[in-house]
Design a protein around this ligand. Structure first.
Ligand code: C5P
Length: 397
């Protein structure tokens, strides 16, 4: 709930600006008042009239506006809010923020504010992935700017990938979390993610195809509900989310150490694809061909089962969740796994190559709990993460 909170909402110029109208409605429903600012480009997508009618407040547009300055100067405007939200945050607006430009009302307010800023990026997937954008986002993260989204999916421009603005309920949840009002405020949640790398020698390792996408989305969704998240990640291809404590590891044994060091936690979600085996006779030097034509014999040792240890350990979180990546008899295997490891829930999925799930942006899961198996429809990994985060919040309430 956001009763009595005042949000300065900057609406940038992107096709997602239409979602800003729904956002205003949700903020109002949650009890917040919205002070809207519409950029020149934003005005091309939504009208000042619809924005001010929904917000029940005048919309601010110009930096050099005598009437507005007489009523409330732009410096004051930037300070009177509890939080500044930029949605949609276009590549242009984010670039201005990263480089400290202040050449219109929105960018000037963003420079002048003494409050936290939350941005909801929205742009074409190539723009989002452009090295300049990556640099700008890294700078903004360093400045303490919070980010919600973007989601991956079909885009208005016809392309597919990350770049869609986060849905308005996720933005409201992120605002609630930042203002200490999310359902997981005050809770500590541990998330493991990504693959592990098990060395063969100093230059070679055994790995798996996990991208870390589902674990990363989960950590972000839990953060958005207000949780303090410790994110223990193997060498993933997806970058970790901002606003969580990141602990980077390589091997399963390092992951176990990092997990044990992060406890106690209210909940633990083990989304990492941990190697079951490590090379017992890993070479201290690079293995060489000896010219005999004989391949080296690798010996394997079993890795510790982190999920089982946490589930059965003295420091057991109230809720322990495991994942089960299966290629056949998904429910049967996952149900057995839940019992064997002693966790509360298993999120099971079919990772047969034809599903495109491993390394892809979608997931189709079955949630196995004491109550049985619940089949979720196929959806984006972000959506799976949000639903699961809400379930976790419900279970810890
Ligand atoms: O046994 P399996 O690897 O299928 O179990 C998958 C679940 O167990 C995942 O939640 C994974 O993160 C966890 N796991 C673990 N440590 C291992 C192996 C799996 O925590 N060594």
């Amino acid at each position: 709930m956001l009763a009595g909170k005042r949000i300065l909402l900057i609406i940038g110029g992107g096709i997602a600006a239409y979602k800003a109208l729904e956002l205003i409605r949700l903020f109002s429903k949650a009890g917040a008042s919205v002070v809207p600012v519409l950029t020149r480009a934003g005005e091309q997508f939504v009208t000042p009239l619809s924005v001010s009618a929904l917000a029940g407040a005048r919309v601010h547009q110009e930096l050099f506006d005598l009437t507005a300055e007489a009523e409330m100067g732009h410096i004051q405007l930037s300070r009177a809010a509890d939080l500044v939200v930029v949605a949609p945050a276009t590549a242009d607006l984010l670039g201005k923020m990263a480089t400290g430009r202040a050449d219109d009302l929105a960018s000037t307010l963003l420079m002048a504010t003494d409050k936290r800023v939350l941005v909801a990026p929205a742009m074409n997937v190539r723009m989002w992935q452009h090295p300049a954008m990556r640099r700008n986002m890294a700078l903004l993260a360093g400045d303490g700017v919070a980010v919600v989204g973007p989601d991956a999916g079909e885009m208005a421009c016809g392309e597919f990938g990350p770049g869609r603005m986060a849905e308005p309920p996720a933005i409201v949840a992120a605002v609630e979390a930042m203002l200490g009002a999310g359902p997981l405020a005050g809770r500590h949640v541990l998330v493991t993610s990504g693959p592990t790398h098990e060395p063969i020698d100093p230059v070679r390792f055994i790995a798996n195809r996990s991208s870390g996408a589902q674990g990363t989305a989960l950590a972000a969704a839990l953060r958005d509900l207000g949780a303090r998240v410790t994110f223990v990640t193997g060498p993933a291809t997806v970058p970790p989310p901002v606003g969580v404590a990141v602990v980077r590891v390589e091997t399963a044994r390092e992951m176990l150490g990092a997990v044990e060091a992060a406890l106690p936690a209210d909940a633990a979600v083990m989304a990492a694809a941990v190697a079951d085996w490590r090379v017992a006779n890993a070479g201290a030097q690079k293995m060489k061909k000896d010219g005999s034509g004989r391949a080296p014999a690798l010996e394997f040792a079993e890795n510790p089962d982190i999920l089982a240890r946490v589930s059965q350990g003295a420091n057991r979180p109230k809720l322990v969740i495991g994942f089960a990546a299966e290629t056949e008899k998904v429910v049967e295997h996952a149900t057995a796994k839940r019992a064997r490891k002693g966790c509360d829930w298993i999120v099971a999925n079919d990772v047969s190559p034809e599903t495109g799930i491993m390394g892809g942006s979608e997931n189709a899961v079955v949630l196995i709990s004491a109550e049985g198996a619940e089949v979720w429809p196929r959806m984006g990994k972000d959506a799976v993460a949000r639903q699961l985060a809400e379930r976790i919040a419900g279970a810890l309430a």
